[in-house]
Design a protein around this ligand. Structure first.
Ligand SMILES: [Ca+2]
Ligand SMILES: [Ca+2]
Ligand SMILES: [Ca+2]
Length: 707
């Protein structure tokens, strides 16, 4: 409530004018940065581009391809915040996509946090605009984009909102300086509209005889999956049937037989079964098709530059906010320290840029920020974690690839599902280094991994346990040195929400982080009614603190745990918990995190009984579930989604609009009937008791085969 009011105030205070410095006859180069969403290296490799993407082929023949560039936090929102600020996510504080989400482990992120920290007034767009550039944004800005206003850095702001490829809502100052909402006409494809806007802005700039050079940031949604509640398909009509038989290319990291050497966080994940393989293949086809539309966008922009004689003085860079796994390391998605998740393509084409060359220099996504600043002759007002690679553009061979830069710091705080629609929640929180030809990761659960990419490019053999002690120490030291100074940060991951009901057996958990390593996490637990403190054994009138267990003590990121109460009388108790962490050097978190919760033995728990995980069968059937421990259920809402065409079951029929079924309630179970055809389906059920307490939704992926 307060936060939203504060955000509103900030928007009113945006300085609308006065940033442009103005250079008469400015001959600095134009810069176009195209940042895709979730495009991995396979999808955008020179080989794939040559066979699938005719316009982008020019990037391969006429441009420079950097094959070893890594995103420092491989998630959409944090990665974009890092890019706009030129900083690592532990420095921006935008660690996760959305704080109101069980996967975020209580960490901060999202656009509200970005605004509250004042970043809209001090980011890449502002810095280049201040130096005299015209700045234009087309497409996605940040995650959690609820802001209704035009950020001060962008002269032209054409922001596409949300996760739909059709009926996309946008916020733009196209016709109104303060901005207006607009929705794409039915049937108009998002990427096609963004291409028209990008080209329109270039043309408008030329026609207006504006003396300023321009910085155009284009962020298509492709090849990201549509959001769960989005409307319509992902692909543009003209490409909807292309590559119908394409499958994820063969790769050793998709068929790793022995997974036991992986971190304990992951080593229980099963290999992909047939259904998940088919899910990965259908996603692969969708990713090719949505990127084919980006290929047209790129082609249109290049044609516009050519027609306006701007090619000689314009840099065009094409990259992505994170990589993607399609069954690699048994995961579907992103957000971990493996190569598939962090490595993204980067192509640069422009004046004096080496043509048709490849460069394997180790680079970080935040290096792009430093490079744009150098090319523009602009200055950042915030410390930069990146390093400009502009000196490599003309002659990448002038510096030996291995000698180019320090290791890249890779961090991730958000948990994920093992595949992108269901599967076990996995705690992929880690801090690590991408070296030129190795990956070193310290997982928050206390395990470490080291992969030698020269002998093991697919990260099949974790060499960490065999490393000599001195080498282990050297890696730990290198990781500490790679991270800028910070005060300890603490979060409470479980329970997620203020006032959430937790059961007596619930273990309180959270994360603690510091650049020098975490030594201790201490909790204050207070009963609201009696005002007593928990001392580890009993409730006491004396102020006291208890220590949490750390799974990775002494390292940069650790999980902390506290089993807070022994079973006692069967009654609800309201408590407040404060958590504070202490670094190895004695620093502590200046703002201990606080969470209020109710302890009760009566938290509802439901489950799906039929179908079962991995089931494959044919014909109509009854979906059935259990109330588990709950006897008093008010309703059970079930979402059934057909993944092939993104249709939802409304109880009678399939519809493209997000909907749910209210299941029929029996004595101890719930059920509903469904007409099905062959395909892959996703099911999610949630029950609510008369106190409006809900369970954690049960989720299931299953397949229907031909009769
Ligand atoms: Ca992304
Ligand atoms: Ca292995
Ligand atoms: Ca510190």
């Amino acid at each position: 409530m307060h936060r939203f009011a504060f955000v509103g105030l900030l928007i009113l205070l945006f300085p609308g004018a006065g940033l442009g410095a103005g250079h008469p006859n400015d001959d600095r180069p134009n810069i176009i940065l195209i940042n895709l969403d979730d495009a991995d290296l396979d999808l955008m490799s020179p080989g794939t581009i040559a066979s699938r993407f005719p316009s982008m082929h020019r990037l391969v023949t006429d441009g420079l391809y950097f094959s070893n560039l890594h995103v420092t936090t491989p998630k959409c929102g944090p990665s974009r915040a890092c890019l706009f600020r030129g900083q690592h996510a532990h420095r921006t504080g935008i660690r996760i996509n959305n704080p109101n989400n069980a996967y975020s482990n209580g960490m901060q992120g999202g656009m509200p946090e970005y605004i509250l920290r004042g970043y809209m007034e001090e980011e890449l767009s502002v810095w280049v605009k201040r130096s005299g550039y015209r700045t234009m944004l087309v497409g996605k800005y940040l995650n959690g984009d609820f802001v209704h206003g035009v950020p001060p850095g962008w002269d032209d702001y054409y922001n596409s909102l949300g996760g739909s490829y059709f009926d996309t809502m946008r916020y733009t100052n196209r016709n109104h300086p303060a901005g207006r909402f607009e929705q794409l006409e039915p049937g108009v494809y998002r990427t096609r509209a963004e291409a028209a806007d990008a080209v329109g802005l270039i043309q408008q700039h030329v026609d207006s005889k504006d003396n300023r050079p321009f910085f155009l940031y284009v962020a298509p949604f492709a090849p990201h999956r549509p959001a769960a509640n989005s409307l319509g398909n992902a692909t543009e009509q003209r490409y909807s049937r292309w590559w119908a038989k394409a499958v994820v290319p063969f790769s050793r990291d998709r068929i790793e037989f022995d997974f036991s050497d992986k971190t304990t966080v992951l080593n229980h994940i099963e290999p992909l079964d047939e259904i998940r393989q088919e899910l990965a293949n259908s996603m692969y086809r969708e990713r090719l098709r949505t990127t084919r539309s980006v290929d047209d966008l790129f082609g249109n922009i290049m044609a516009s530059l050519e027609a306006n004689d701007l090619l000689d003085n314009t840099y065009v860079m094409v990259t992505s906010d994170n990589g993607f796994q399609l069954g690699h390391q048994r995961m579907i998605g992103k957000g971990n320290n493996y190569d598939r998740s962090t490595r993204v393509p980067l192509y640069v084409i422009g004046p004096n840029v080496a043509q048709g060359e490849q460069a394997g220099h180790l680079l970080a996504h935040v290096d792009i920020t430093a490079t744009v600043l150098e090319l523009a002759g602009a200055n950042a007002t915030a410390p930069q974690d990146g390093q400009s690679f502009a000196p490599l553009l003309e002659s990448p061979g002038s510096v030996e690839a291995r000698q180019w830069r320090e290791p890249v710091l890779i961090q991730n705080w958000e948990s994920k599902m093992s595949n992108s629609v269901s599967g076990p929640k996995i705690h992929v929180v880690a801090s690590g280094l991408r070296l030129f030809d190795a990956i070193y990761t310290e997982w928050a659960d206390g395990t470490s991994e080291y992969f030698d990419l020269t002998s093991d490019p697919h990260q099949l053999d974790n060499l960490y346990p065999q490393l000599p002690g001195l080498e282990k120490e050297a890696l730990q030291t290198l990781l500490r040195q790679s991270k800028s100074e910070m005060l300890p940060v603490t979060s409470i991951s479980t329970p997620l929400n203020q006032n959430e009901i937790v059961s007596e057996q619930t273990v309180l958990t959270g994360l603690a982080e510091d650049n020098q390593g975490i030594k201790a996490v201490k909790l204050t637990i207070r009963d609201i009614a009696s005002r007593q403190y928990w001392n580890g054994q009993a409730w006491s009138d004396d102020y006291t603190r208890v220590s949490a267990d750390l799974s990775n003590r002494g390292h940069q990121i650790t999980v902390w745990r506290y089993r807070h109460l022994p079973p006692e009388e069967n009654q609800a108790r309201q408590i407040v918990v404060w958590a504070r962490s202490y670094s190895e050097t004695g620093e502590f978190d200046p703002h201990p995190v606080k969470r209020q919760m109710t302890i009760s033995a009566n938290r509802p728990v439901g489950e799906i009984l039929y179908p079962s995980p991995g089931d494959t069968f044919s014909g109509p059937f009854t979906v059935r579930g259990d109330y588990g421990s709950e006897t008093d259920v008010q309703n059970v809402r079930v979402v059934l989604l057909r993944l092939s065409d993104r249709m939802y079951w409304d109880g009678d029929d399939w519809t493209p609009d997000w909907t749910y079924v209210d299941a029929a309630l029996g004595e101890d179970h719930w059920e509903f009937d469904v007409d099905v055809e062959p395909g892959t389906y996703f099911l999610s059920s949630r029950l609510q008791n008369p106190d409006f307490l809900q369970d954690i939704p049960a989720k299931l992926l299953f397949g229907i085969t031909e009769d």
